[in-house]
Design a protein around this ligand. Structure first.
Ligand SMILES: Nc1nc2c(ncn2[C@@H]2O[C@H](COP(=O)(O)OP(=O)(O)O)[C@@H](O)[C@H]2O)c(=O)[nH]1
Ligand SMILES: [Mg+2]
Length: 308
């Protein structure tokens, strides 16, 4: 595809940092004008080490054939155990990092269980407004974050690998229900075919009453370029499915509702944090009223500003 290189990377980086550190009040001011909201979003999730970053490095060039500019957002846990993961991501993605049409941003999930300290929806909106046609986000595969990410992307890809009981873990945390495409990566390793068959069996039991999309299972491995091509095609097929079924509008409504819900939750914890200690000793109904009273001024701020 004919494309222009990303224009101002430094301005984009600054805007993303501002969004990542913004308070709820600042976020509401930043997002008072709706973005174009037409950036296609693909989420890759799955346990650490399954090969998500390696897959993104392979997928990115293929996606660029469909979009002029591609954003890649890699979210990693902020923990001493996986502290090296961000560096690992950068190494795995360094091949694509030099591409003038690809913008990569690594984010630490900090201590939040839902990834929202990084204001992920706000960060995605910045890519929207900057005119990116497509965005790939990599998240760490632990329950809450995955559920949240599903609310933020169009296509959720769950990446698993053979021989680790990943499917069982995924089932336990409920994420097996949530993916649009399943990838069994490291198909070069023993037990891949077996794991794919088990996964197929498990998915058969999944309720398909909600929609007519049947999630495919794609086997991938660094030693077979064909698997990456198939994954790329399945992503296209899912995006076509969404637009043919008019699901895009519903997805965007769900996305906005989830964003607002997370902002309210975050504002409540901001308010509780700011309250003087003596207010915290009040009986529950009074404390509740104090918190609610503090929420309202922030909600009305953007309108007041627009009116002036
Ligand atoms: N054997 C094999 N190893 C792979 C494959 N894909 C990735 N890896 C390796 O698996 C490790 C974890 O990969 P990474 O992409 O960082 O996983 P992530 O934590 O899910 O992002 C790295 O050492 C990769 O080189 C594959 O297809 N086959
Ligand atoms: Mg990674």
């Amino acid at each position: 595809m004919n494309s222009t290189p990303i224009r101002d990377r430094r301005a984009l980086s600054r805007a993303l940092s501002r969004a990542g550190n913004a308070t709820v009040s600042e976020i509401l001011r930043m997002t008072s004008h709706e973005g174009k909201n037409c950036c296609r979003r693909i989420g890759l999730t799955g346990p650490p080490g399954a090969g998500k970053s390696s897959l993104i490095a392979q997928l990115a060039r293929r996606r660029l054939r469909r979009s002029a500019e591609l954003a890649v957002v890699a979210i990693d846990p902020t923990s001493p155990i996986s502290g090296g993961a961000l560096l690992g991501d950068r190494i795995r993605m360094q091949d694509i990092g030099a591409d003038p049409h690809i913008y990569i941003r690594s984010l630490a999930s900090r201590n939040s269980s839902d990834g929202l300290t990084d204001n992920l929806p706000g960060i995605f909106e910045i890519f929207d407004r900057a005119g990116f046609a497509e965005l790939i986000v990599e998240t760490v595969g632990t329950g809450q974050v995955d559920c949240m990410v599903r609310n933020l992307v169009d296509t959720t890809v769950l990446v698993l690998m053979p021989g680790t009981g990943d499917q069982v873990q995924a089932m336990k945390s409920g994420i097996l229900e949530l993916a649009d495409i399943y990838v069994l990566n490291k198909a070069d390793q023993p037990g891949a075919e077996r794991a794919a068959a088990d996964l197929k069996q498990t998915l058969r039991r999944r309720s398909s009453a909600l929609d007519s999309w049947e999630p495919p299972i794609v086997l991938t491995s660094t030693s077979d370029q064909g698997g990456f091509d198939r994954l790329n095609d399945e992503i296209d097929r899912h995006q076509e499915y969404l637009s043919m079924n008019g699901s895009c509008g519903g997805l965007k409504d769900r996305r906005r509702a989830s964003y607002v819900s997370s902002l309210v939750a975050r504002r409540v914890s901001e308010v509780l944090h700011e309250l003087p200690c003596d207010v915290l000793t009040q009986p529950t109904p009074e404390l509740y009223r104090s918190v609610v009273a503090q929420l309202l001024p922030v909600c009305s701020a953007p309108h007041e500003e627009q009116a002036t």
